[in-house]
Design a protein around this ligand. Structure first.
Ligand SMILES: C[S@@+](CC[C@H](N)C(=O)[O-])C[C@H]1O[C@@H](n2cnc3c(N)ncnc32)[C@H](O)[C@@H]1O
Length: 265
């Protein structure tokens, strides 16, 4: 079957739902396994994004890890939610950018494609993930100018200290998108170790929305740029993205879709 027939079949079987076009960098992944980690391709999936409407993704890469009880955790995928929730960080990245957590390597590669970025250091603690990437050769798909910016080091994101000044920090070491405002403490620790003057951490939109709702009394529906700046000040972190004109609109959608209800005591 040639590609036109495949596209037509996808369109028919998904009721005309638009295709998801990955932003910034569209890698090719090969299924493989490294110890308890599996990289697989999901043939077809219809999902909503972090803020985008429902779309169709085909041959979507998913990185899962087998738990001791035999179940599987999904650590990263090329889904609209995962990519949109890291896109702003890749667009705001600059200078020497440190990416905490390699995963599928997408955020690191997309950051390296940003002309404002001069170098990308990826810190990954799991040897099996490092081994998987040795065989995957993902960064070899990048143009030489982006590829040459990248280096991967083994280390614990919570303890790692840099050997050269850091301009931008992108932590993404967590399994769930949202695990409460406690994540801020871990990011503060990474900032103290790296001295990063600007940070975009995974799930920061939900943390900001939770702080605005629970500490400032502003419901998600009413979030605006000014409230988000006040919520960001509560974290004590120099967060990137807040000056983007569409940030509040996108954040509201993401929080309405994915922020758990407030805990009642
Ligand atoms: C969610 S994935 C990262 C996805 C990545 N942003 C991407 O674009 O593919 C999280 C990664 O962080 C790693 N990790 C978890 N805890 C870590 C830590 N304390 N230090 C370094 N890496 C860690 C995991 O092994 C995994 O590879």
């Amino acid at each position: 079957m040639d590609i036109d027939h495949q596209q037509a079949l996808t369109w028919l079987t998904t009721g005309g739902t638009p295709r998801f076009e990955p932003p910034l960098f569209q890698p090719r992944y090969t299924p493989m396994q490294a110890q308890d980690w599996q990289l697989q391709l999901v043939p077809l999936i219809i999902v909503r994004g972090y803020w985008s409407d429902t779309s169709v993704a085909t041959d979507m890469a998913v990185l899962t890890r087998t738990r001791p009880d035999g179940g599987h955790d999904s650590w990263m995928s090329m889904s609209p939610m995962e990519l949109e929730s890291q896109e702003i960080g890749c667009l705001e990245a600059r200078g020497h950018t440190v990416v905490m957590g390699l995963g599928l390597g997408w955020a690191a590669a997309a950051a390296a494609m940003n002309p404002a970025v001069t170098a990308v250091t990826v810190v990954e603690m799991d040897r099996a993930v490092l081994d998987l990437h040795q065989r995957l050769c993902l960064f070899e798909q990048l143009p030489a100018a982006a590829r040459d910016k990248l280096r991967v080091v083994e280390g614990d994101a919570l303890d790692w200290t840099p050997d050269q000044p850091v301009d931008f920090l992108m932590p993404d070491i967590w399994l769930p998108l949202y695990s409460g405002p406690g994540r801020v403490e871990e990011v503060r620790r990474m900032q103290a170790n790296t001295g990063a003057p600007l940070i975009y951490f995974w799930g920061q939109e939900l943390v900001l929305a939770a702080l605005a709702r629970d500490r400032l009394g502003v419901p998600v529906e009413a979030l605006d740029a000014d409230t988000l700046r006040r919520a960001a000040a509560l974290t004590g972190l120099p967060l990137a993205g807040l000056d983007r004109p569409d940030y509040a609109d996108k954040l509201r959608i993401a929080a309405l879709r994915r922020l758990p209800p407030a805990q009642t005591a």
